[in-house]
Every structure is written in C-alpha cells, then in structure tokens.
Write a protein that binds this ligand. Sequence first.
Ligand SMILES: Nc1nc2c(ncn2[C@@H]2O[C@H](COP(=O)(O)OP(=O)(O)OP(=O)(O)O)[C@@H](O)[C@H]2O)c(=O)[nH]1
Ligand SMILES: [Mg+2]
Length: 380
Amino acid sequence: MHMNDDIKIYEGEDLQKLIYKAKEELGEDIKILHYEEIFERVKWFPIKKKKKFKLFVEKKEIETKPEIDFDKLLEKVEAIVEEKIKTSIPEVESSEKNKTSDIDVNQFEEFTGESIDLIKLLIKKDVEPEVAKQIVKSACGIDIDTGKLDLTTSTFEEALIKGFEENIKFYGEFNIKPEENSFKVLSFVGPTGVGKTTNLFKIASDFILNKNLKVGVISTDTFKVGAVQQARFYANILNIPFYTLADSKNLRKTLLELSDMDVVLIDTVGRSHYDSWKLGEIKEILKGGIDWLDSILTISCNYSYNEALNVIKRYKSYFPVKYLLFTKIDETSSPGLIVNIAVKSKIPVTYISTGQRVPEDIKVLTPKLLANYLLEELNE
Ligand SMILES: Nc1nc2c(ncn2[C@@H]2O[C@H](COP(=O)(O)OP(=O)(O)OP(=O)(O)O)[C@@H](O)[C@H]2O)c(=O)[nH]1
Ligand SMILES: [Mg+2]
C-alpha cells in the first residue's frame, strides 16, 4: 500500500480510546488500516511487560481514492467517443435535431425580440423551423428601430391564433343539416391502431345526441378478430344502425339501404401505409360508394413528422382524403406534429382525440385550442 502523510499512528493502552481519538482528529470517516499489539518493557520491572496498541488510520476518502481516477478517465473517453459520433454522422433526423437547446439563432436573422422566443418555443414542441417561422411571421410587423420582424400581438397565444388562422385550414366540426336532405358519407381511414373506430363512434354520438341527426355505421373491418365486436358494441350502446361488409358491391347496396340517414360513417381496416395490397383492398371496397364519399385520415400525434408525411402521401394516393383527424394528443409532449402536418399538407383539420373515453374524449380543433396545446407548459 502506498504510504502517505495522511496516515496517522496512534499509540495507547486502550484500543477503543485510540479509535475515538482518531475519529476526533480526522473525522468520522476514517479507515483503520491496521493495528498491532506491542509489549513495552516497564521501567524498573524488567520482567514485566506492558501491552500497548499501535493503530494506523487514514482518512477514508484519501485512502480509497485510486491513483488513477478511472471514473474521470471514462468520462473523458465517453466525451471523445460522443464527439466522434456526432462529427461522423452528418444528418440526424430533422425533428430530433431541432429538439436540442442549441438552436442555430442565425436562421432567425429577419426576426427580433419576442418573435424569436416564440419561434424557439414552437421548435421545442417539434414544429419544424421553417413552419415555425411561417406561423410567427403571420403575427409580426416590422420593428422600426431594428427593421426586423417582431410580434404585433400582445401575447403568444394571440400570435399563435393569428398564425394558425392564416396558415392552417380549420374545418371545424361536421356541420350536417338534416333538413337539406343531403346524404353525407364519411369514411375513416388510417394506419393500424390510431383510433379510427373509437373516434368514429365519438363523432357518431355527437351527431345523435347533440345534433339530432340520423346516423348509420358501416364496418369494413371484418377480417380482424374482435374488430366487428368492438364496433357492434359501440353501435349497440348508441343505438345506431350497424352494417358490416366485405366487398364493394355490398357497399353500394348498403348505402342505398341507409339513404334515409343524414350521415353514414364507414369504419375501415387499419392498414400499414406500406401495405399497398391491403390499401388497394380497402380502396376496392370503398369504390362502391366513391362518388359520395369523403375520407377522414386519422393520424396519431405519436407519429414522427416524416412518418406522418409518409402516411398522408400514401393514403392520399388511394383515398379522397378531405379531412384530418388527430388522435392521442394526451400521449405526446410534442403537439408540433399537428402544426407541421396541417401547414404542409394543407388538408383541413377537424377534430382532435384527447383520450380513450367514448364518447367524451374528442374536441373540435380550433386555433385557440391548438395554441393552448403548444403553450401548455407556459400556462401551467
Ligand atoms: N390515449 C389515447 N388513446 C386513444 C385515443 N384514441 C384512441 N385511443 C386508443 O387506441 C386504441 C386503438 O383505438 P381504435 O379506435 O380501436 O383504433 P383503430 O384505428 O380503429 O385500430 P384498427 O382498427 O386496429 O386499425 C384503443 O385502445 C383506443 O382506446 C386517444 O386520443 N388517446
Ligand atoms: Mg378499428
């Protein structure tokens, strides 16, 4: 063992007392390295020997510290490796990159003051930088002193509402008027498990209970175990005429049977947007009623920006996507996805699903509601 100046030696007859003394002098955190018994000859009595103890102690922290600090060394190595990884991967996915706190401020050159804070805030919520700038710009005017853009509104909320109103199409709720005698057919399409069936019934319930409309539901989801049961369960509770079908000929027939309804909602099978064959199959089924049909594309807020863009691209190529419905806002901390998708796709947004309860957990998406989602932490 490496001896150093911090080691102290105590001598005395009572070992316990030596330990107390050592603790008194060096603090509670000592390490007893070693003790030995020694026998001293007693003066004048050559035969008699006195037992004594020799106690070697050291302050613990010093003793336990290795000569090489491996933790520090490891930290350094990790830092080097991380740096290497960063520099060797040129492009991280954009949404990941934007989340970091070191947002490149040079990209906001044309802005000044609070408008920059708002852009940064949007980016933190996963709004793409270019989209964030576009939104904020709508709420800006030229600042006379700097010649740059700054907010003309007095709050962030007002700024966002203005920005959203100018850049996103808010369709609002489906406004179906029974007296017009027009028969509306809406199909719910979208990837697996995003919330098509549950949200279809939330909307159906609103139509029936609050708008006094006559509603029918058709389920094309006859392949998946439990899917029809799930839909039939809701249809029974809400007392809605419910049909299942598997081929396109049936759709036209069933729609005709339901023509005294004000609105018919069609639930489709959830399919991966990469599964062309299955998408084609649903398209084939819906073709029977295609002239009247509008599609609502359901997108989960859990999707990444790129994934959601892919979903839209694929579904648009198969179905007449007229509206967007976002789900699972309660499961994300990045509501920016809604903004990105709504701005980029230009498809009108309708409702937002806020949880699992049927029929309560759905709201009409408005500029104010969207602004509140983005400013949530600020408002808390
Ligand atoms: N937390 C949360 N869960 C939701 C929301 N919307 C739907 N869900 C849940 O997501 C799951 C799937 O919902 P469904 O309505 O069956 O989804 P789907 O799109 O019909 O699924 P498939 O028919 O399998 O494609 C269910 O457990 C729902 O309760 C939401 O807004 N928030
Ligand atoms: Mg379903």
